[in-house]
Design a protein around this ligand. Structure first.
Ligand code: SAJ
Length: 400
């Protein structure tokens, strides 16, 4: 079995993967361009919040199986797990993948396996091959594959092992060798395809979810118009054996579902109609929430002749995590602050924030006149809120 692995990118996917593999006996050289991240990991600590991750990293570092560095090294397998955001105008930005590929090129030897785990626009795995060819590497002597990560933040350590994986190699041999590697630590099935299909499969999974959340968010806006409780409506309709509506929210966030569908839209030249509309509906939902809060604030001011204090409950992009990337709750809170409203920002998973003060949730519910639930964090479920407060619940904190 190949024993030495170089993992490029020690973020939400790279670090859990590196620490899991290290605990399975692989020798891991983890690479990150941020020196403070490298230092934190080499102390056995973590720079992100994810259940069980700290235990894995601590034991991996203590056993000497995980070493973090700012530079790659020679290895049997290279795993690229770097971000793939978009440029302005929703144009895919694969610069981190390109740079990661260039950074490993000097260390690649015949027989190495190169795996792209980052969610990527269709064609990116072939792009890796051309970059390596341009660096003088004989790519017929190495194995290049895409194996998209599929883990859910908050359950990463479990899903890394239990989820099925899709492996698309540039050649049949690459697919076979990559599958052999994943089978050493994945309990789910590891399924063979080609690189382009694997890339599109990952984008499709996240677009499917985005489209279905957009349906729920559109219903929530309609129900508000018709004065119907959307949560009751969904729980009733979901009793149909073939209906399963997802949950309305303050919008869709995170680095995946709010980003990946744009990769399809960008490449589709106008044919990804539902996927594009879903993105727009989910983004619109956040702006709709802002208008609702502003209207409530105006009503309050008219009634009591003073400005309302508003508690924004939750900033993260989804419940029970600290991740603020593409977070609708953060966007809404920032917009309200910049509109001059008197906001108490609450996020139990974050202690300090460089943009504004974070207020303890027990204090916020006492001081605020209007309490706005943006994220259904577990801490918010049993709060005793006095009757004199107005509650705006955009995430169904008491309903799910
Ligand atoms: N959301 C809703 N309503 C729902 C479910 C989610 O509004 O019913 C919102 C959340 O609040 C959040 C966003 O959608 O803002 C995304 O959350 P999520 O829990 O659905 O997904 P992510 O972004 O944490 O992780 C997704 C997962 N993809 C799928 O479930 C198809 C995960 O498996 C992927 O590995 C991950 O994207 C990724 O890295 O691509």
């Amino acid at each position: 079995m190949n024993r030495k692995i170089c993992v490029i990118g020690l973020g939400y996917i790279g670090l859990p993967t590196a620490s899991l593999l290290a605990n399975r006996g692989y020798q891991i050289h983890g690479v990150d361009v941020v020196q403070s991240t490298v230092d934190t990991i080499n102390h056995g600590d973590i720079h992100i919040v994810e259940p069980d991750l700290h235990t894995f990293v601590k034991s991996a570092v203590n056993s000497g199986h995980l070493i973090a560095d700012t530079k790659p090294t020679k290895a049997d397998i290279f795993i690229i797990a770097v971000p793939t955001p978009f440029h302005k105008g929703f144009i895919p930005n694969i610069n981190f993948v390109v740079n990661a590929t260039k950074s490993i090129a000097p260390y690649i030897e015949d027989g190495n396996i190169i795996i792209l785990e980052s969610t990527s626009p269709v064609g990116t795995t072939h792009k890796i091959e051309s970059i390596l060819k341009n660096s003088g590497i004989d790519t017929s002597k190495i194995y290049i594959s895409h194996c998209p990560e599929r883990v859910l933040p908050g359950q990463i350590m479990r899903e890394l092992v239990e989820n099925d994986r899709i492996v698309g190699g540039l050649t049949k041999e690459a697919t076979k060798k990559t599958i052999e590697f994943y089978k050493t630590f994945v309990k789910g099935e590891v399924i063979a395809t080609n690189a382009k299909t694997a890339e599109m499969a990952k984008l499709t999974e996240n677009s499917f979810r985005d489209v279905n959340i957009a349906f729920a968010n559109e219903l929530s806006i309609l129900c508000d118009k018709f004065n119907i409780d959307v949560w009751e409506l969904i729980s009733l309709t979901n009793r149909h054996p073939r209906v399963n509506i997802l949950k309305p929210s303050a919008g869709v966030g995170g680095h995946c579902i709010a980003v990946d569908p744009w990769f399809i839209v960008h490449a589709s030249r106008g044919d990804a109609k539902i996927i594009k509309t879903a993105r727009e509906v989910n983004n619109y939902k956040s702006r709709w929430v802002i208008e609702k809060i502003k209207n409530s604030s105006l009503e309050f001011e008219k009634k009591y002749n003073r400005e309302a204090k508003i508690a924004c409950m939750g900033l993260a992009f989804k419940p029970n995590i600290d991740d603020l990337r593409e977070s609708p709750a953060l966007y809404i809170t920032e917009e309200l602050i910049s509109n001059g409203l008197d906001i108490l920002a609450v996020e139990p998973n974050i202690k300090t924030f460089n943009k504004f003060n974070i207020v303890d949730y027990n204090i916020a519910i006492k001081e605020a006149d209007i309490i706005v639930f943006l994220v259904a964090h577990r801490e918010f479920k049993d709060l005793k809120i006095t009757n004199d407060k107005e509650i705006l619940d955009f995430c169904g904190v008491y309903k799910n």
